[in-house]
Design a binder for this molecule. Sequence first.
Ligand SMILES: Nc1nc2c(c(=O)[nH]1)N[C@H]1C(S)=C(S)[C@@H](COP(=O)(O)O)O[C@H]1N2
Ligand SMILES: [Mo]
Length: 402
Amino acid sequence: MLHEDLNDEAGHQRARAERPAGDRCDRLRLAAVGGEPVSGEGTRGIVKPLLPETFIAHGTSAEMRWEAMRDVGYHVPNDRFFVRSHTSTPIIDAATWRLELHGTGLRNPRSFGYKELLELPAVTMDVAIECAGNGRSLFATQQGQKVSGTPWRLGGIGVARWRGVPLATVLERAGLTPDAVDVMPRGLDPDYVADGINLGRVRRPIPVSKALRDVILAYEMNDRPLPPDHGYPVRLVVPSWIGLASIKWVGDIEVSTSPLTSPWNTELYRMFGAAYPPEGSAPLTVRGVRSAFELPWEARLIARRTHLLYGRAWSGNGRIAGVEVSFDDGVTWHRAQLQGPQIGPAWTRWHITWNPPQTGPHVLLARATDETGAVQQMRTTPNDHGYLFDAVVRHPVTVVSG
Ligand SMILES: Nc1nc2c(c(=O)[nH]1)N[C@H]1C(S)=C(S)[C@@H](COP(=O)(O)O)O[C@H]1N2
Ligand SMILES: [Mo]
C-alpha cells in the first residue's frame, strides 16, 4: 500500500464527520478517505540502493530486515537505516539552503544558513527513530484485525548517532517569546497528495516545552553528513517520540503563541476506532516498549545445538530494564542477558541461548520491560490506522535436523 495513513473504514469516516473541522484540511480529508491506492512493486523516490538482503520495500518507504543487524554494532549504518517518506527524497543544495524561523512566538524572526548552523555549539546523541506504524502488519497476522496503512513488520526503527544544534539554541537566537506554545517544522519534500487532496508539505507541531528539552536540528548521522534520504542537509531529531515528529529536510519552523495544527496531528497519527473517542486520541507523542530478534523471519535453526540468539529492545519511556524470552508459547520465560550501552532514547542489545530439542515450526517470543515498569503485553488494543503495535511479537522459526 502506498499511503501509510489513508483509512477506508466506514466507521472511521463517521467519526471524522462528527468532529469539528478545526483545520481546513479536516474537511478536505473527508473527501479523501475511501479508496486506498495500491502501490506497484519496488520503491520509488529513495536515492540510496535498497539491497533485498537488507530491506523490504514499501512504496515510498523501506523497512530494515532485522537479520541485517546481526553483524553490526550499536548503531544502524546509514545504508541500512529504514526510510519512511510520504513522497520522495528532495535533492537540496546546502549552499543555498536556509532555515527560516517565523511566527508570532519570535521577537526577531530570522534565518540560518547551513554554515551558520555548523558554527553553533553542537551536541551528539544516540537516538532511535521509529515509525508510529512499525509493527502494523502484526495487527492482522497476530490479532486478525484489519487496519489501514503500510504493512511494516518490525523494521521501521533504527538507532543512529546524531550530531547537530539544540533546537533551543536556534529558538533563543530568534527571540523566543515566553508565551510561545507550539513550534511547527516543515519539510522541503513535495506536497503530500492523498487521493487527489493536497495536504501540503509534511509538518507537525511540537509543544515548546518538548522543543526546548531535547530536540536537535541534526546535520550528521553516524559521523557523516545526513544522507539525502534521511533529511540532508538538516532534520529534526525528536527523542522518544514517534518518527513523524523528526521532520526531514526542514526548511522553515513556525513558532506560535497559539496552538498550531496540521493534518498530521488532526487526521493522522492519532488513535481512532472502537476503543477511542469519536474525535480520536490526543496526537501521538511518546512510543511504547518493544523488542525484536536479529533473526530472519522464518529463520531455520538446527535442532539439538546451542544457538546464541541476539536481539534489541527499546522504549519511548526510557531505558530497558529487562527482556524475557519464551520458547514454549509463553508458558515459561527466561531472562535474556543485556549487553553494552543502555541508552534511554536509543535501545539495548540482549542475547540468550536456546537448544531446540525438536524439529518443526516454533514461535520465539521476546518481552521487554522498561525502567517505568511498562511491559509488553500479549495483545495491543487495535486502532484503525494500526499505530503503535507494542504487543509481544510472535517470531516464527523452523527447527531442522542437522
Ligand atoms: N519532511 C518529511 N519529514 C519526515 C517524513 C516525511 O515524509 N517528510 N516522514 C516522517 C516519518 S513518518 C518517519 S517514521 C521518519 C522516518 O525517518 P527516516 O526516513 O530517516 O528513517 O521521518 C519523518 N520525517
Ligand atoms: Mo512514521
